[in-house]
Structures are given as structure tokens and as C-alpha cells.
Design a protein around this ligand. Structure first.
Ligand code: GTP
Ligand code: MG
Length: 457
């Protein structure tokens, strides 16, 4: 069967229904049998539904009703009902046939003795069996155009003039974001073991050996409230094994983080620090952003830890603790733009412009860049329900693409993450996403260090 109930079909049906929808299979002829009672047992009192016919010539068509199927009631009027075709002789030829505006007649039939029945598309009355490898369903009024606007379609063009099907399915239509059939990016294993392995990988991380520096510096840049400090807290919580809030976080108009903070994360088992620093910065907001000179000093390793950003004046070598002759260990080895995925589309033009300027500045210094796209729980309901849906969510996929396009960064460098916010206990899947993102940043830092090594040798 070429016409599968796949993402394309779900997306098209959602468009026709008028909102993003999820589809839950209620009834399947080949699985549940062809007794009208069984159909009613599984489908009655559920609305809305979509019924799909798969005919033996690889024609796929069906009908939508916003009403619940019932075992009694006879003919009813559903103004929102429509018929459709999806595939014709294997070819994807989607077409919607809405109810004729002039139609004042009833169009959906409810009876215990019948399967799904739309005017102009009828399934079965009484028990239907699979004979000769298919189910022979009714052709009464099949796409004959009396009730629905066929737009030139007829029984021949939709179904090759017959209604012999290999299967028929009825799906409950629920509000919700579309779920992809296939992950848009290779997903990790969502298991405790995978989470522990990632943790171990990061615990054992050593910066690119030949350069002999004690730790890799990962710089976090981004808009106010994007979740920079929360990411640091998330990583710290994972390694502590409990919720931790070392960096100040919250929602205010102005950046909560006022200074440059090079956080270290401790391995509680050995009471030693891990071999990286997460460097938090003040957020970009309208009226304030880190000055290019300050960013240059940060990237080159001149600015001291705890330096308080001055909104009026740029940093100078007179700043207390200014590192005059920084070495590779003081520099930033990878830069992460932390972007709030839930507000990106409404981010003021000025902030986007500033982020792009910063990105160009970072590129000029040769530092690798990534984007951590935060607040995935607010971006997509599927993810809010279960983080492991992140790579099955079309909403997340398109958010990643938009951010990659606007910021000008490959899509593979944009990593969706979720920080601890409302959670009170650690969650394996959230940990996997955050640790995976941090690991990627460390790998990029190593690439940078290797480049520096090769330049110097
Ligand atoms: N739902 C949700 N909320 C988040 C997430 N990440 C951060 N937050 C919340 O967003 C708000 C801002 O987070 P911060 O970590 O303070 O943001 P920041 O980028 O450090 O902001 P500034 O320091 O002010 O520039 C806080 O209330 C966080 O709890 C997330 O992934 N999901
Ligand atoms: Mg902060």
C-alpha cells in the first residue's frame, strides 16, 4: 500500500480541518473485523473523526465529520463534514470536497446496522468479510456530487469506479501539534543508561590534549531571559544529583545577570572540578548589549572573572584584574548563542541585529558557534508532555530551521534544549538533552583548540 497514513496525510488533513491535529486510530477494518456493531463499539461518542478508505488500486479517499458516530439517529446534518481524496492510483493528489453551500440536506448517517456512512461515500451495512483479498464496500452514490462539491471529481477519478478496499480506518481527531512519523534528527536513546553514559563522557572530558590547558571555556551569549543562567543551573543540578540554583535566574525586563561569571561544575564523587567552565554573561536587551570591545576582550581572554558589565562605558585595560597577556587557556573556545525558542518569532529586530553582529564578531575570531534553543516545553505541547518527542515535533523542527536561517548558522548547530524550571526532581530525558548539548559544545571547543595547536606548530 503506497498511500500510508503518514505525516503528509496528517498535515493535509489538519489544513483541511483548520487546525493542527493529532490522530488516534479508533477502528481498523482489517484488525477489528467488518461488523457494524464493532465499529460502533470502538467509534461511537468520539468526535470529530476522519474515515479513510484504501482501495485495491491504491486510491486513498475518505470523509471527515465533526459529529460523533452513533448507533441510532438516522440522517444528520454536519455542515463541517467534507469528503476528500489523497492518492489516485498511487499518486499524491490531495483534494478536498466540502459540503455544497447550497446543500440543505442531511449528510451523515447513524445506524447500528451500518459502518461509516456519508452521503456520497458509504462503507458497509451488515457484516462485511474479506473475500478475494479485499472488502467489497458500497458504491451507492460514490462521489456523485449531490451533496459535496466534487470540483470535477467523480467515482472514476477518485476510486476507479469501485469501492473494493484492502482496509478502512477511523481516526479520532484531537487538537495538538503534528507529530512526525520519522525523527527529523537522529534521536538519542531516551534511557537512564544513555543519560549516565553522557554524564560519564563529560566527567571524563579533557580539553584537546596537545594544548595542555586545564579547562575548556564555553561562552553563553543571548537575549535577556533566554535561559543562559538556567542552563548553567541545569548542568550543575545534573552533576549534583539535585536541583541547584547557583546562578541567579528569573524574569525581569533587564538582565538579571550583570557580570561575567566563569562557573565551574564539581564532580561530587571526587570533589574535583570538571574540565570546563560555563561562562555566563549579561543578556542582550533593547538599550543594552555587550559592547563589541567587551566581547572582543571576553573572546580573547582579557576580561577577568566577575567583571561587571558597564552599560555606559566599554571595558579598558584599566579594569581591575584585566589580563594583559592572555594565553589560550584564558580565551573562549566555543560560543553558544542561547535563544528562547518560544519568543524568537517576536524578538525585536534590534535584538536580532545585535545577535547577528555578535555572531559575525565571533566568526572573525575563529571561535566555533552553536545555538541552544531553549524553552522547548513552551514551544511545543508534544514536548511539554514528553521531552523525548523533541525530534518528532514539526514545530521544533521548523523553529530550528528558522533560527538557523536568521542567525546564519547550519541547522545541525542548533540544539533544542529545556532547562529545569518548574521541575522539582531531576528528569532523565531533560538531562539527556542538556548533556548532549553541552557535550557538543565541548567537542566544538576541542576542534577550536586543535586548530590553534596546528596554527602554533
Ligand atoms: N519553561 C521554561 N522556562 C525556562 C527555561 N529556561 C529558562 N526558563 C525561565 O526563563 C527565565 C529566564 O531565565 P534565565 O536563566 O534567568 O535567563 P538568562 O538568559 O540568564 O537571562 P538574563 O541573565 O536576565 O540575561 C527564568 O524564569 C527561567 O526559569 C526552559 O527551558 N523552559
Ligand atoms: Mg542570567
Amino acid at each position: 500500500m503506497d498511500g500510508k497514513f503518514d505525516f503528509n496525510v496528517k498535515k493535509r488533513l489538519s489544513e483541511w480541518i483548520g487546525r493542527d491535529s493529532q490522530f488516534e486510530l479508533l477502528y481498523k477494518l482489517s484488525r477489528d473485523g467488518g461488523a457494524p456493531e464493532k465499529f460502533h463499539e470502538l467509534c461511537d461518542d468520539n468526535d470529530p473523526t476522519v474515515t479513510i478508505f484504501y482501495n485495491t488500486d491504491n486510491n486513498v479517499y475518505g470523509g471527515y465529520t465533526s459529529l460523533s458516530w452513533k448507533s441510532e439517529g438516522g440522517w444528520c446534518m454536519d455542515k463541517l463534514s467534507f469528503l476528500f481524496k489523497l492518492y489516485t492510483n498511487k499518486r499524491w493528489e490531495p483534494r478536498k470536497c466540502p459540503l455544497l453551500k447550497t446543500n440543505n440536506y442531511t449528510n451523515v448517517f447513524f445506524s447500528s446496522g451500518s459502518g461509516p456512512w456519508f452521503e456520497n461515500l458509504r462503507s458497509f451495512d451488515n457484516f462485511v468479510d474479506k473475500t478475494f483479498g479485499y472488502y467489497s464496500l458500497s458504491t451507492d452514490g460514490l462521489f456523485d456530487g449531490d451533496y459535496y462539491d466534487m470540483g470535477g471529481e467523480n467515482a472514476q477519478s477518485v476510486a476507479n469506479g469501485h469501492n473494493n478496499v484492502t482496509d478502512l480506518e477511523v481516526y479520532l481527531v484531537k487538537d495538538g501539534p503534528l507529530e512526525l512519523d520519522v525523527s527529523w534528527r537522529d534521536p538519542p536513546e531516551w534511557t537512564l543508561k544513555a543519560s549516565e553514559e553522557l554524564k560519564e563522557l563529560i566527567t571524563n572530558y579533557m580539553p584537546f590534549e596537545e594544548v595542555d590547558i586545564p579547562e575548556a571555556n564555553i561562552l553563553l551569549l543571548g537575549q535577556v531571559g533566554a535561559g543562559k543562567s538556567s542552563f548553567l543551573n541545569t548542568i550543575n543540578s545534573i552533576f549534583k544529583g539535585r536541583m541547584s540554583s547557583r546562578a541567579c535566574t528569573g524574569s525581569t525586563e533587564n538582565s538579571l545577570t550583570k557580570s561575567f561569571e566563569k562557573f565551574r561544575v564539581r564532580n561530587p564523587a571526587t570533589k574535583t572540578y570538571l574540565k570546563f567552565r560555563i561562562c555566563d554573561t549579561r543578556g542582550v536587551e533593547e538599550g543594552f548589549s555587550i559592547k563589541s570591545e567587551d566581547l572582543g576582550f571576553i573572546l580573547d581572554g582579557n576580561l577577568p572573572n566577575h567583571y561587571t558589565f558597564n552599560p555606559v562605558e566599554k571595558a579598558t585595560p584599566k579594569v581591575p584584574g584585566f589580563i594583559k597577556d592572555p594565553t589560550l587557556k584564558d580565551r573562549m573556545h566555543a560560543v553558544v548563542f542561547v535563544i528562547d525558542g518560544s519568543t524568537f518569532d517576536v524578538l525585536p529586530e534590534g535584538i536580532i541585529k545585535k545577535l547577528k553582529e555578535m555572531k559575525t564578531f565571533v566568526v572573525e575570531r575563529g571561535a566555533p558557534q552553536l545555538v541552544f534553543l531553549t524553552k522547548m516545553d513552551k514551544v511545543c505541547k508534544l514536548v511539554e508532555k514528553d521531552i523525548s518527542n523533541v525530534y518528532l515535533s514539526e514545530v521544533v523542527q521548523s523553529a530550528v530551521s528558522r533560527v538557523a536561517d536568521v542567525i546564519g548558522i547550519p541547522r545541525s548547530h542548533v540544539l533544542p534544549v529545556q532547562n529545569y524550571e518548574k521541575e522539582t526532581k531531576l528528569q532523565t530525558n531533560l538531562n539527556i538533552l542538556a548533556l548532549g548539548a553541552l557535550h557538543q559544545a565541548l567537542m566544538f571547543a576541542d576542534d577550536f583548540l586543535e586548530n590553534q595547536y596546528e596554527l602554533e606548530n
